[in-house]
Design a protein around this ligand. Sequence first.
Ligand code: DGP
Length: 114
Amino acid sequence: METDCIFCRIVGGGTDTEFIYQDEEVVVFRDIHPHAPVHLLIVPRRHVRSVNDLTEADAPLVARMILAAREAARLQGVDASGYKLLFNVEWGAGQRVFHLHLHLLAGKRWAEGG
Ligand code: DGP
């Protein structure tokens, strides 16, 4: 746990953030600045700074994040209609919270390939 990390605070229950889904390794909650009608964040309980800091040993954690995203999509009723999964990696790609997270976006129509 990093004391100055907002996602560590959320994971630790230090805020009133509602968890859409949670298990031993990850929590899922709504993005505070949604870019789509459904915009969720899949966040590991353990603090990892970014995709660039993952190691080979973290492969099961990444798989767990994707499976948690799929389950959250099902719970939100957007699994069949479709959803995007996105990692912003480092500042230049738009990462602003340096605690690993996977965005799930759904509920709107995107242009082909968009
Ligand atoms: P990124 O730009 O990839 O680092 O995405 C970080 C996202 O986290 C951004 O879309 C807004 C969201 N966010 C930041 N602070 C909070 C918070 O305190 N609560 C929630 N629910 N989301 C937050």
